[in-house]
Write a protein that binds this ligand. Sequence first.
Ligand code: MN
Length: 580
Amino acid sequence: MVNASENLSKTWLSFKESLLAGSKRRFSEDELNLIRQSFDYAVRAHENQKRFSGEPYINHVVDVSLDAASLKLDAKTISAALLHDTVEDNVATMRDIRKKFGEEVAFLVRGVTKVDKLKYHGVERAAESMRKMFLAVAEDIRVVMLKLVDRLNNMKTLYALPSEEKRRRIATETLEIYAPLADRLGMGEIKNELEDLAFKYVYPKEYGWIKKEVSSKMPEREKYIKKVMPIIKKELSQEHIKPLELSARAKHYYSAWRKLLRYDMDWDRVLDLVALRIVVASVEECYAVLGVIHKLWRPMPGRIKDYIALPKPNGYQSLHTTVFCLDGQPTEFQIRTESMHREAEYGIAAHWFWDEAGKPKSGAEFEGHKFSWVRQLQSWQKEFRRGQSSEEFLESLKIDFFKDRIFALTPKGDVVDLPEGATPVDFAYHIHSEIGSHTAGAKVNSKMVSLSTPLVSGSVVEIITQKNKKPSSEWLNFVKTSLARNRIKKALGITSPPHKTGENETELNITVKNRVGVLKDITAVLASFKIDIEGVSSTALGNEYPTITIKFRAKTREQLERVKTRLKKIKGVKSVAEKN
Ligand code: MN
């Protein structure tokens, strides 16, 4: 990561210089203009503002945007990085930004601002939902990356925050939400930095202890590694392998600690305190290097890991082996190609859309990778192997796989995951049926709202209960979840659902030319009729003409026919048929 703290004079020229040096992209005249205007705007907005550390506030914004540039993010994202702290809750500023910098920059800034409102209160079981909520609220992968570099920068100056409680809360959130997100996106370097910065505040004693232990062990290990390196080099050159990089890498404090916990705090079993990394030109050479090492030293059983043939879920690839090295000392080696190396450090940013020259990459260079629940995003990207326009690519950065879900919080910070349009009553039943059936009122973000108000992601919902309160039949008109519906009906003594004709479930098979956004267009039609989709499935994504099946309840037969007519008008739709 770039650290621009030294050359933080507020002048555009010095900023531009760092920007061009730190980014591998080339910017057009128009793009540089946009960045310059954003820079000036930020300088003015943060004039006279200081951080807790006493530094001018603009330093933070500049660092974040230079970090964004080093991840090869585009001009609009860099512009959003410069503007990201100007808005907060100021609606007028948001409007101003849209007017001056356009819809896309405004969208990114708004994304960052929305994510900023989420607060993680350290409820362990909610961490996973919180991560999902984070992505749902961010809406765009570039917003996630901006938030990661923003947090990284904030962690570096966390010491200056006066409140210990606040430092701890932010560090915990970093450790449990931000670092795992960076990991899932395969951004190993940012993940490691975030973890080590947060470790100190979340577990101060353990951090102090590990730091002391490592520093007492390191000099010896380093001396040892210096003896090993020439041996490898010589052996590799005899096999005509020229490594692009041969380096020693110290284990990060936090991961060393996690590992110690797994191994009963026994240092002797944490073998990779220092690992040797060998970067070579091809996959074939990776395996050849592994052979050379195993010929030199005996491998330790069970410690050979082929993450090239079997990548980790976040896409990480390398060969790992631990051998009884010089003097029989166990030593770990990591072998990988250059692109695997980049991928391991920068993850999703490594196979960013633009090549070194700043031109869009050709499809073949754009490899698909398998992140666990980011896989869906990747599968969209895979579809762009041929004939991608930049507009389609932007579309593919949208995180819309949580589009039909909302994530709301209890006042204690527990996350409740609900379908779109869910109301405080749904929320109440999802916490506990007793709370649901005694619901008397609800507050959203501290304001009283009606029980039928649709919730939005990130809101804090407080349910007010009264002992003598009972479910009302009116609730059936607005609840969205079957859980709430069933409980209410049960309480009201309704056994058979009051079926109107035409209220039966419909399944439609839609055959359509595959393109990005088609699902969005389909759901938009249903949304315009205020119909909830109860299920969506699709034949293989790779198919050029997949069939998408949607399940929903139309209110009348006539409405169903109108839905079908509208669906047929969607670009690329070949047929719409009712499934019997
Ligand atoms: Mn910030």
